[in-house]
Design a protein around this ligand. Structure first.
Ligand code: MN
Length: 265
């Protein structure tokens, strides 16, 4: 981009995060003190346990097929291929407070709506090419989350070699509980992770079954995209994903975190 074009865009797109970048990739300060926004855009946040603070969400990354038995049930060979990921929009977040059952609307367009219980890691810092050995230093905290999926549309798009977007990245597709800071809860490694529907256990595994650890996930994603504070990573789901219907109550559990519960309405 030539300098004339950049200066014409710098004010208007500064908040989009890209146009204010200089040649070295550093953010340039806003120059146009007279500019204003014609409207505001809400910032998605997640409450932080034990405080009145909230965590602002920048990007939602989701790791795919990160448990061997789930990779098999999705039709892939669970050898240690590099992890792949997709994103959900930040307004996919549906916060559900512990001790409550969040009403979760059955989405449009699908007839096969699936649950996927997942550990979520939230970053307080980022970078490029982060070594796995130091990757956990970037984690602010953890939460329990659901990667809700229009499975029929995900499969149909995959079969047609089209993007998964409509199957994964839709409104309210990322229910989540509060964030628990590492300073109080530490890191997760071998905890049990499970999900029940109407009191029947459907998914049950341990975090030790993850093919790629949270540290390795951070390292791998940072090879593709620079990570920033506010990025969160859904770390994949164990086997036995399945459908829900209106009226079903889903309860998600990871040892040491409060349950996450939603009712499909
Ligand atoms: Mn998932």
């Amino acid at each position: 981009m030539d300098s004339k074009r950049r200066s014409s865009l710098a004010g208007g797109l500064l908040l989009a995060g890209g146009a204010g970048l200089g040649a070295l990739g550093k953010a340039e300060p806003a120059k146009a003190a007279t500019s204003s926004m014609p409207f505001t855009v809400s910032q998605t946040v997640i409450p932080i346990v034990g405080t009145s603070d909230v965590f602002p969400v920048r990007r939602i990354y989701c790791i795919g097929r990160n448990y061997e038995a789930h990779a098999r049930e999705m039709g892939s060979d669970p050898t240690r291929e590099p992890p792949f990921f997709f994103q959900k929009p930040t307004d996919a977040i549906q916060f559900v407070a512990p001790g409550t059952v969040g009403d979760h609307a059955y989405p449009s367009l699908t007839k096969n709506y699936h649950y996927e219980v997942e550990l979520v890691a939230a970053l307080k810092s980022g970078g490029r090419n982060i070594p796995a050995a130091s990757a956990l230093d970037h984690v602010f905290g953890y939460a329990l989350g659901l990667d809700m999926t229009r499975r029929d549309l995900q499969r149909m798009m995959g079969d047609q070699k089209k993007p998964w977007e409509i199957g994964k990245s839709f409104d309210h597709s990322a229910p989540i509980g509060p964030l628990h800071p590492v300073s109080s809860i530490g890191h997760f490694a071998k905890e049990n992770i499970s999900l029940s529907v109407n009191g029947r256990v459907k998914q049950s595994a341990t975090l030790a079954h993850m093919i790629w650890s949270v540290a390795e996930q951070i390292a791998k994603v940072s090879e593709a995209n620079e990570l920033f504070p506010g990025d969160i990573i859904y770390s994949g789901t164990p086997e036995n994903v399945g459908p829900v219907l209106k009226g079903d109550v889903i309860v998600c559990r990871i040892d040491r975190l409060p349950d996450l519960s939603i009712r499909i309405v």
